[in-house]
Design a binder for this molecule. Structure first.
Ligand SMILES: [Fe+2]
Ligand SMILES: [Fe+2]
Length: 191
């Protein structure tokens, strides 16, 4: 059991990116939001260690994964701060302004009831990031500063996804993926 992407998902994301890189204002805004997301990833991974301390005590491998992921996400955030600085763009301070993202993750985070469902939700987040980063990397018109960021971040996100997949269970993943499908359909206005 894992997340799969359809040909329509690939097509949608490819055209989204090819339009975004033609529009500097929106591209810079996307970079600002991405930096906030990466920094949030740092905090979320550390928070999980505190929240699931009891389960983690008997599972040092997941603690190592959470710490390593937190450190990588902080690194990604720092790289994006440098990119924003070079582009003369300030860091984004209004996290709540991205309402779709908030709705998406707050609904998914509601499925976290134990360490297995936590690993399933984190797996999903990492897999979605890797999917998007792969499409960005494949586009020959991707600006070189973003390409350099993806070269570093993509292998990290793939590593995180593989790691969390190892710590979830089929049952947890099935329930989280069905919740994910529901949220996606809600965002698309189907539900
Ligand atoms: Fe990241
Ligand atoms: Fe990651």
């Amino acid at each position: 059991m894992n997340l799969t992407f359809s040909a329509a998902d690939v097509e949608f994301t490819r055209s989204w990116w090819s339009l975004l890189i033609k529009d500097d204002t929106h591209l810079n805004k996307w970079l600002q939001k991405l930096q906030v997301t990466e920094l949030a990833g740092y905090y979320d991974n550390l928070e999980a260690i505190v929240k699931f301390k009891r389960d983690i005590n008997s599972n040092t491998r997941i603690q190592e994964l959470l710490l390593r992921t937190a450190s990588d996400e902080k690194n990604h955030s720092n790289m994006l701060v440098d990119i924003l600085a070079d582009r003369g763009v300030p860091v984004y301070s209004d996290i709540e302004a991205d309402e779709n993202k908030s709705l998406f993750w707050s609904e998914l985070e509601a499925s976290i009831v134990d360490i297995r469902t936590m690993a399933a939700v984190y797996y999903l987040g990492e897999e979605l990031a890797a999917f998007r980063f792969e499409i960005i990397y494949d586009n020959p018109s991707t600006p070189s500063d973003i390409r350099r960021f993806i070269e570093k971040a993509l292998p990290d996100e793939k590593y995180h996804a593989r790691g969390y997949l190892m710590h979830t269970s089929d049952e947890a993943l099935t329930s989280v993926i069905s919740q994910y499908d529901l949220v996606v359909n809600k965002l698309k206005g189907f539900v």
